[in-house]
Design a protein around this ligand. Structure first.
Ligand code: FVH
Length: 292
């Protein structure tokens, strides 16, 4: 609805891969965001598509009530906005950061007279502005800000509000990114195992995807066990059996000339849990060793 957007002027600070994708989604929705980037030139293509580039971050902030920030990291946000008047602004910061950094940035913004919403983007740039991609953004902080600008914020990707604690969005974001990191570590090891074999990566890939999807269902069971506190309930594959099987994984890595270093930290934790007398549990008990 273009009429709604006319009443919601928008500024975007940061025209990296993600900032550019965000601006294009708002342009496609009929908005004309004011845009700024530290290194000039990145706004040129967007200007020809309807965005309004300005020379300084201060001008960009002054242009709109709603200011969306998407920079490299939390420190770059502090540098870009240093000394700029934020009084009365609604600052929505989609820069990836830690929960503590998000809380500190919220206090920093509020001390300067702005309302603050932190965002964690669960999408890569090609997913932005493509609703069927399933991309979305976790938001936390000012509920009033979120409710007021929900329509605008929902244009590039789905908008999921997680709570008033400004650190909540980034904790959700980093939890998902951390799980993804572990998954990619496992995938890297699997491809390394077949690297010098006659198994083609493209023939292993669909098998890996199907297997990981099937195993991912166990995440729900782990969550239920965590909440019940009973890590042995309805366990099909127990930890003692898995630790026994780790030997085969390690010997195969050795046979294939692959370093096991991506696997061994997790295996060591599983072994410790079994040695502590919890062999009848599933892998949920390993979480206890992580949180101490
Ligand atoms: N791209 C992705 O796949 C991920 C998806 C999930 C969310 N992340 C996070 O989004 C933030 C921005 O990421 P990006 O992909 O746009 O990153 P770059 O293309 O590297 O652009 C970085 C922009 O930040 C500007 N910048 C860096 N330092 C400063 C500074 N000190 N002052 C002002 N601006 C700064 C940089 O400007 P320039 O180098 O062009 O002058 C770019 O505009 C990020 O938190 C991801 O984790 C993306």
């Amino acid at each position: 609805n273009d009429n709604t957007f006319e009443h919601s002027p928008l500024t975007v600070l940061g025209l990296g891969a993600m900032g550019t994708a965000l601006v294009r989604a708002w342009l496609a929705a009929g908005m004309r965001p004011t845009v700024w980037n530290r290194t000039p030139g990145k706004a040129d293509a967007l200007a020809s598509e309807g965005a309004k580039p300005v020379a300084t971050a201060a001008e960009a902030v002054a242009a709109s009530g709603l200011v969306v920030v998407c920079l490299l990291d939390d420190a770059s946000v502090g540098q870009a906005l240093d000394g700029i008047d934020l009084t009365g602004k609604d600052l929505v910061d989609l820069t990836t950061r830690t929960p503590a950094e998000a809380r500190a940035r919220a206090r920093w913004a509020e001390e300067r007279g702005a309302r603050f919403l932190d965002g964690g983007i669960m999408a890569i740039p090609p997913m932005i502005g493509v609703p069927e991609s399933g991309g979305y953004v976790f938001y936390s902080g000012s509920r009033a800000l979120f409710d007021e600008h929900r329509a605008t914020l929902s244009v590039p990707a789905g908008a999921e509000y997680t709570g008033e604690d400004p650190g909540s969005a980034s904790l959700h974001d980093v939890a998902l990114l951390s799980a993804m990191t572990g998954m990619f570590a496992g995938v890297a090891h699997a491809f390394a195992l077949i690297r010098k074999s006659d198994i083609a990566p493209t023939s292993l890939a669909p098998l890996l995807v199907d297997w990981l999807n099937a195993m991912a269902q166990g995440v729900h069971e782990q969550a239920a066990r965590l909440e019940s506190g009973d890590y042995t309930r309805d366990v099909v594959s127990n930890l003692a059996m898995m630790v026994e099987g780790d030997g085969t994984l390690l010997r195969t890595a050795e046979e294939q000339g692959v370093t096991p270093e991506l696997l061994t930290p997790y295996m060591a934790l599983m072994e410790r849990r079994v040695a502590d007398g919890h062999g009848e549990e599933d892998a949920t008990g390993v979480i206890e060793l992580l949180v101490g």
